[in-house]
Design a protein around this ligand. Structure first.
Ligand code: 5AD
Ligand code: SF4
Length: 436
């Protein structure tokens, strides 16, 4: 029996897909080479923006044909979209061929639901309003070697006014430090070369013994000598000098901070309920760069939040230059039912939003290209993570998150490789191996 999993959304979902794969293995399934030859298809959905949902709807619709061709095919849909108010019922009606709908808090129960579905011939819906604990007891089948993701928190308490995450992922829960450290040690012993600590807001981590995030990071970095440590996402309101000190103290912590700014306008930041100002954000970055001058900063930015004026949008553009982001994820505001911002007056017309996002992308790209160009002639250390068969090149990231491409006679996946950068193209660097 074979499985296929379709994943939408963020790293959290990618990691949860690894856990779903773990459950399916336990149930006797192995990975299918294509959707057509699968006996079970699982959709791990996202609902952060409308287009993430539309994408999943389109692909779900296409399953009808497969379901007709194979009466025994099981279709299970989980993830954030299912946890949205009323969405499971909506999905059941729109796609009556779905066998199982399971919420974000029910992932660990997928195996049991599959077994039940084989007995009962009706759509099973299982949604818990909250997470019962922090451990799923699920052994993930990791698919991202040489990187491994490790959850440190689940959920979010911030209620940024545009964001649906607190509604679908629930209140923030921190995992026990001992469990995190034990997972990290196991991963190091298994040969993983990079560990990414995951949480919606890692900086508000709080262990049951009062351990703060910077203390956890300190211990993780010490326990994982020779292994790169990354963490995401950090909220600017919880940024601290202690975090900077820990980043500075450990050479294996990547000198990269992903710090979503969302907007450069104080009025919009306040409407977004972000609880920091542009000035405070820039102060944080100034402190970071004073202590760690080569530290890269990346961010998330939203344009066309309700009532955003042209001047306020221009403040986001100027923030990109002032903060000198090495890259940014840029989004058009998408109203999400149930959030505060969706009820606000002054939603921005689509053509204005489109114009703003194009200008923002252009501004971010200029900065990224400028930084990439500075790499030419220099040597960077990348961790080789894959082989791009189309380009016949290996690829890996440096500690600042920049992708370097190179040729090699032998398989380099999982190795640290020093590259002399010959040329830069957009965010990509092309180089040749040195010191071999
Ligand atoms: N519309 C657009 N972007 C959003 N994000 C979160 N919610 C929305 C929304 N409703 C963006 C934020 C966040 C990132 C993960 O997604 O920038 O940091
Ligand atoms: Fe959403 Fe804000 Fe929580 Fe991030 S911090 S997940 S943007 S509510």
């Amino acid at each position: 029996m074979n499985y296929h999993i379709e994943t939408y959304g963020c790293q959290m979902n990618l990691h949860e897909t690894e856990k779903i794969a773990g459950i399916l293995h336990r149930e006797g399934y192995t990975s299918a080479t294509s959707m057509e030859e699968a006996d079970i298809i699982v959709f791990n959905t996202c609902c952060i923006r409308e287009n993430a949902e539309n994408h999943a709807f389109g692909n779900l619709g296409a399953l009808k044909k497969l379901k007709r061709a194979n009466k025994n095919l099981i279709v299970a849909v989980g993830g954030c979209m299912v946890q949205e108010e009323g969405k499971a019922q909506f999905l059941k009606e729109k796609f009556p061929f779905i066998d199982i709908l399971f919420g974000t808090h029910n992932l660990a129960r997928l195996g049991e639901l599959i077994r039940r579905r084989k007995q009962e011939k009706k759509t099973l819906i299982e949604l818990f309003p909250a997470r019962s604990g922090v451990e799923d007891g699920v052994e993930p089948v990791r698919a991202s070697y040489p990187n491994a993701w490790v959850n440190i928190t689940y959920g979010c308490n911030n209620f940024c006014s545009y964001c649906i995450v607190p509604y679908v992922r629930g209140r923030e829960i921190s995992r026990e430090k001992a469990d995190i450290l034990s997972e990290v040690e196991t991963l190091c012993a298994a040969g993983y070369k990079e560990i990414t600590l995951l949480g919606q807001n890692v900086n508000s981590y709080c262990g049951s013994d009062g351990t703060r995030f910077f203390e956890l990071l300190d211990e993780v970095a010490s326990a994982a000598q020779g292994v790169r440590i990354r963490f995401m996402t950090s909220h600017p309101k919880d940024f601290s000098a202690e975090l900077v000190a820990v980043m500075k103290a450990h050479s294996n912590i990547c000198k990269l901070l992903h710090l979503p700014a969302q907007s450069g306008s104080n009025r919009i930041l306040s409407l977004m309920n972000r609880r920091y100002t542009r000035e405070k954000y820039l102060e944080n970055i100034a402190l970071l760069r004073r202590e760690i001058p080569d530290c890269a900063v990346t961010t998330d930015l939203i344009v066309a939040f309700p009532t955003e004026t042209e001047e306020e949008f221009c403040e986001t553009l100027s923030l990109v230059k002032e903060a000198d982001f090495s890259s940014a994820f840029t989004f058009v505001y998408s109203p999400r039912t149930g959030t505060k911002a969706a009820q606000m007056e002054g939603q921005i017309p689509e053509e204005v939003a489109k114009d703003r996002i194009m200008r923002l992308i252009d501004c971010v790209n200029k900065n990224t290209r400028k930084m990439s160009a500075q790499y030419v002639g220099k040597t960077v250390r990348v961790l080789c993570e894959d082989y791009d068969a189309k380009r016949a090149l290996y690829l890996g990231r440096d500690e600042y998150g920049r992708m370097g491409y190179f040729t090699s006679e032998k398989n380099r996946v999982g190795e640290f490789v020093d590259l002399k950068v010959d040329r830069a193209n957009g965010i990509s660097l092309f180089g040749s191996i040195t010191g071999d």
